[in-house]
Design a protein around this ligand. Structure first.
Ligand SMILES: [Zn+2]
Length: 94
C-alpha cells in the first residue's frame, strides 16, 4: 500500500523549525500568530531550494539528507534572517 503524495520535504522541515523558533525564549518578542508564522515560512522557502518527493520512502531519505548538520545550520540562518525581515512584534495590530 504505497501512497503517493507530492511533498516538499524542505517545506516540512522549515515549517517545523519556524514553529520551534517562534516559540523559543529568544524570539518571544516576535508574533507567532498563524499569519506571521506562514509569512516567515514563505519567505524562507523562497530562498531555499525545493526538495520534492512522491513516496514515503523517498521522504525518509530526503529527511535524513536534509537533516545533515551543515544543512540545518544553513536553514536556521535563513529562518533567523526571515524572522527579522518579515516577523512582527508580538501583539501587533494589522
Ligand atoms: Zn502575527
Amino acid at each position: 500500500m504505497s501512497q503517493l503524495r507530492l511533498v516538499n520535504v524542505m517545506e516540512e522541515i522549515v515549517s517545523g523549525l519556524v514553529r520551534y523558533f517562534l516559540r523559543s525564549v529568544e524570539y518571544q518578542t516576535f508574533c507567532n500568530c498563524e499569519e506571521c508564522e506562514l509569512n516567515i515560512v514563505a519567505n524562507v522557502l523562497n530562498n531555499l531550494p525545493t526538495y520534492y518527493v512522491v513516496s514515503l520512502n523517498a521522504r525518509e531519505e530526503a529527511f535524513n539528507e536534509l537533516k545533515d548538520s551543515r544543512n540545518i545550520e544553513n536553514i536556521n540562518k535563513e529562518i533567523i534572517r526571515a524572522i527579522h525581515a518579515v516577523g512582527k512584534r508580538r501583539g501587533h495590530v494589522e
